[in-house]
Design a protein. Structure first.
Length: 172
């Protein structure tokens, strides 16, 4: 009786991983929403360039906004793919020629590093946008943007160092 109960509980615990699937589907849907915003920003940029109503600095900021959107999209995709594969189920694509090389190889530790790298890149783009429009920000706001960015950079380095130490410790 106890073994049957234990097996039932373990089956329920194991199958509970499927409760995470809607989160990853939600991230994929968020990419579609991000794409809609990306298209809007692209058309605004195109219209501004064609009609000569866009200054050089505004064009650079609009392009950086597109880069920001692309980075966030990639980040969401990596989290959705690797999170699903690590915690829910393997994605069966066979030997499809378009299967990304990193699929199935990104563990939780790798995911943290990729996440921090993407956050640092997004923060850098936002900081660059602020510096291009420096006249729109008070010195205090710019200072906080730099402090926040440096916090992300230091956090990323500490994550990488911790992972490296843990990796070396596990191999001995």
């Amino acid at each position: 009786m106890a073994n049957k109960l234990e097996a039932t509980v373990e089956r329920w615990v194991f199958n509970s991983r499927w409760l995470l699937a809607p989160f990853f589907i939600g991230l994929l849907l968020a990419i579609a929403l991000l794409l809609a915003k990306f298209v809007q920003a692209f058309w605004r940029l195109l219209f501004g360039v064609v009609t000569h109503q866009l200054s050089d600095s505004d064009m650079i900021i609009d392009i950086l906004t597109l880069v920001d959107g692309a980075l966030i999209g990639v980040l969401l995709l990596i989290i959705a793919f690797s999170g699903y594969e690590n915690f829910v189920s393997k994605i069966s694509t066979g030997d499809h020629e378009d299967r990304p090389a990193w699929m199935g190889k990104v563990g939780f530790s790798d995911l943290k590093i990729k996440l921090m790298g993407a956050i640092v890149a997004i923060s850098a783009v936002e900081l660059l946008k602020a510096f291009i429009n420096v006249e729109e920000f008070s010195p205090q706001v710019l200072r906080w943007k730099v402090i926040i960015h440096l916090t992300f950079v230091v956090s990323g380095v500490l994550f990488a160092a911790t992972d490296r130490l843990t990796e070396h410790k596990g191999s001995h």
